[in-house]
Design a protein around this ligand. Structure first.
Ligand SMILES: C[S@@+](CC[C@H](N)C(=O)[O-])C[C@H]1O[C@@H](n2cnc3c(N)ncnc32)[C@H](O)[C@@H]1O
Length: 394
């Protein structure tokens, strides 16, 4: 009974959280909009700009929001966190250990050119010029599929390789567990406190430790390319790139605002090269990469957010080359639902409403990877946190 209540409360919490952040975002957008309109008219009239609180009805709440946001960005918690990420001892250790240099590890350039594929038919995409793999140049490229004849391009931050890219009227919506992360406010807050919360209530060791934990699994594919699937604001993409251990790092996410945030962090961070790092918008269930072309896929804290976990794992298996590595972390809330039929119905309903697969068990996760042909499956647990690794047979 207690567990049933727990499940129900979690579902409601997730829905209310989604509605709450959506409202918060609308409010902030409204504040920003009224601020810039006011600034523009002040500037036109050659007047000085008054503080935001005096420009908008309900100034108290706006002043509060302004203060809240700047407090979060300037908080010691966030600053420490950002500093820790920049000065990664894990990366230093790895670099010393392996004595690697990204130039030495540059994979066959011809092979690299064939990595990006049409998400509709999986045929290799043709670039409008010489292929360039860099944060700034790649989004400005136009890639075309010779079979579908569809062209793919990007904006200033990322290349859009979703199936629906370029549609003018059609808009696609995913379940709440995916849509939540498309809200700019969530993307903004993600690395500014949201992610740290995972350590408190989920047993996540934190990015540095998670990075150290996964390095053993990634050892066999050092020098190859890596996809940081569902990269969010790119904390691991940046770590992979700064390590210099991979010939190409693809920061991939479905959320445009997460990719924008990822781009901003890359631009703000020192000691990070823009080369051999690209930002791609794609759906995990339809990955824009040629089959057997990828050496490693990492998916941090993401499996439980994917609308179809099986479609995601199937795609990862398709794009991995023989011997390629999959390493991921996710939440696991095991419980009596797996053997009490009534509770399993609740679990299914919550999954359908939120789209989240948080109530997955460790054995289900292993079963899924095994069914898709992955081998050497290992799980490391700490409360609800699990790191799973698997390999495509050579
Ligand atoms: C909790 S965040 C994880 C971010 C980061 N990898 C980390 O370790 O903190 C989950 C991410 O999954 C992404 N996501 C959700 N649905 C997706 C989909 N269908 N395809 C690709 N990414 C998706 C979200 O946009 C979000 O950025």
């Amino acid at each position: 009974m207690l567990f049933y209540l727990y499940l129900f409360t979690f579902g409601l919490f997730f829905l209310f959280l989604f509605l709450f952040v959506k409202q918060l975002q609308l409010l902030i957008e409204h504040v920003i909009q009224s601020r810039s309109t006011e600034r523009a008219s002040m500037a036109a009239n050659n007047l000085s700009v008054a503080p935001v609180a005096t420009q908008f009805n309900g100034g108290v709440s706006n002043r509060f929001l302004d203060k809240l946001l700047s407090f979060m960005v300037n908080s010691p918690l966030y600053r420490n966190y950002a500093a820790k990420l920049s000065a990664s001892p894990a990366i230093a250790t790895l670099e010393t250990m392996l004595g690697t240099d990204s130039n030495e590890q540059e994979a066959n350039p011809n092979q690299k050119k064939k990595v990006l594929a049409c998400p509709i038919c999986y045929d290799t995409l043709i670039w409008n010029g010489d292929p360039v793999f860099s944060v700034d140049s790649t989004p400005r490229s136009i890639l075309k599929c010779s079979i579908c004849k569809k062209s793919y391009s990007g904006n200033e931050t990322h290349l859009d390789l979703t199936v629906a890219s370029g549609t003018k009227k059609y808009g696609e919506y995913k379940p709440a567990s995916s849509e939540l992360f498309r809200l700019p406010i969530v993307s903004f807050l993600y690395e500014r406190g949201w992610r740290q919360g995972f350590s408190i209530w989920g047993g996540y060791p934190g990015p540095q430790k998670e990075y150290e934990m996964m390095k053993d699994y990634l050892d066999p594919v050092i020098g190859g390319n890596i996809i940081d699937a569902s990269c969010g604001s790119g904390m691991f993409s940046r770590l992979f790139q700064k390590s210099g251990l991979f010939s190409l790092v693809v920061a991939l996410d479905y959320s445009e605002s997460m990719l924008k945030q990822c781009y901003d962090f890359i631009k703000q961070e020192e000691n990070i090269s823009n080369e051999n790092l690209i930002l791609v918008r794609a759906d995990i269930a339809r990955l824009p990469f040629a089959s057997s072309s990828i050496d490693a896929v990492h998916a941090g804290a993401a499996l439980h957010c994917w609308p179809s976990l099986s479609a995601g794992v199937a795609e990862i298996n398709r794009i991995l080359r023989p011997g390629g590595v999959f390493v991921a972390t996710t939440y696991i809330v095991d419980g009596p639902y797996s053997f009490i039929p009534f509770l399993s119905v609740i679990r299914e309903t919550l999954g359908q409403v939120t789209g989240s697969r948080i109530f997955l068990s460790e054995s289900e996760l292993k079963d899924l990877c095994k069914t898709y042909g992955l081998v050497d499956i290992t799980c490391v647990r700490n409360r609800q946190f699990v790191m799973i690794s698997a390999r495509k047979p050579a």
